[in-house]
Write a protein that binds this ligand. Structure first.
Ligand code: COA
Length: 140
């Protein structure tokens, strides 16, 4: 079953402006160390940050809280599989919120998809609950 959906559109030029103005202060508040390492070795640094910004906003919406209720930006982390497919991991309060939303006997899966076409970066997040089958071992 679907527990939540969220979307966000971020303006890459606005993110570039914030990077220019606040530099590390902005980066360290919003992005994990691994997200920063990925973005900084890319050609399109601002675009890479903008997609991850959009993903975090979208995830906070899918969690049903937005960013006002206490989720730290860095409690939502985007990484990529070898194929390039993005994955979203949550920690801290975001993880607690996810656990609260998840019905007993289920585990939550966060799906995320990203795209950018200057000046826009977009993310969709879907949170799905899957039943934990008896043979699922440690899933949960
Ligand atoms: C996946 C693909 C369709 C993306 O198209 P695109 O127009 O270049 O990129 P978009 O701007 O729409 O989206 C980029 C985002 O797509 C996502 N993406 C990349 N590969 C993906 C994949 N295999 N599955 C799902 N999403 C993927 C990423 O989140 C990426 O942003 P990020 O790298 O900052 O996380 C295209 O790169 C493709 O067909 N690749 C084939 C697989 C490939 O070459 N992989 C290279 C690594 S082995």
């Amino acid at each position: 079953m679907i527990l939540g959906i969220g979307t966000d559109l971020a303006n890459i030029d606005r993110i570039q402006g914030t990077l220019d103005r606040f530099g590390d202060r902005f980066k360290n508040r919003v992005f994990t160390e691994r997200e920063q390492m990925k973005a900084e070795r890319r050609k399109d640094i601002a675009g890479t940050y903008a997609k991850r910004w959009a993903a975090k906003e979208a995830c906070s919406k899918a969690l049903g809280t937005g960013l006002a209720m206490g989720i730290a930006w860095k409690d939502m982390h985007v990484s990529n599989l070898r194929s390039g497919q993005p994955i979203m991991e949550v920690t801290g309060w975001a993880k607690e919120r996810l656990e609260t939303m998840t019905p007993p006997g289920h585990r939550a899966v966060i799906h995320v998809t990203l795209t950018d076409d200057h000046p826009w970066a977009q993310a969709f997040v879907v949170i799905e609950a899957l039943p934990i089958s008896d043979d699922a071992g440690t899933a949960g």
